[in-house]
Write a protein that binds this ligand. Sequence first.
Ligand SMILES: N[C@@H](CCC(=O)N[C@@H](CS)C(=O)NCC(=O)O)C(=O)O
Length: 205
Amino acid sequence: MYTLYLAKGTSALAAHILLEEIGATYETQELSIPDQDHQAPEYLAINPRGRVPALQTSGGVLTENPAILAYLAQAHPDTGLAPADPFAFARAQSFCMYLAATMHPAFAHKLRGARFADDPDAIDAMKQKVPDNMAECAQLIEDHLLRGPWAMGEEFSYCDPYLFLVHRWLGANGIDTADYPKIHAHMLAMKERPSVKKVMAEHGL
Ligand SMILES: N[C@@H](CCC(=O)N[C@@H](CS)C(=O)NCC(=O)O)C(=O)O
């Protein structure tokens, strides 16, 4: 039994979709970021970083999308959602880490610039730069990282729910995924999956 701490429409979507994909028994605890639930003492006791997602497991709490996603896949080996081969697994992690360490923080500069600078002009300049950075990340994914049709090639994996966030990060910056045919096809294929339909509806998307 897992508990996923999430806020609707955030990067917690990925773990939520993966929980559905593996058929896990889980419950969700919804937090409101506008209401600052993620900074409440009760939640900081679960995740001192004050971010979603967090996943309560039988072994303790996990945070950070790549760790949560890889754990869920490896904890349910029958699903075949994590490569068993060490090199293939490292490539999958490389993919997820690019999203977590480069693209997601670049996206965060849109709303969270005050974490990186105090000068309002600098914050605004960072915000203006976000669409360019999103486009650059998308091009790299399109040209080098997304093998197609799924993130890692022919087999659906734990990386795919995470890649699904990319079209949301692009759309939030006025970028049409149709400019990136492989990302666009991936988004459409994801939207056909029952897990995605269910979770999107629950998130009101
Ligand atoms: N590196 C973290 C980032 C998590 C993160 O920033 N989550 C956002 C929602 S997508 C959040 O909690 N935002 C609230 C805030 O920044 O205060 C991960 O990949 O799990």
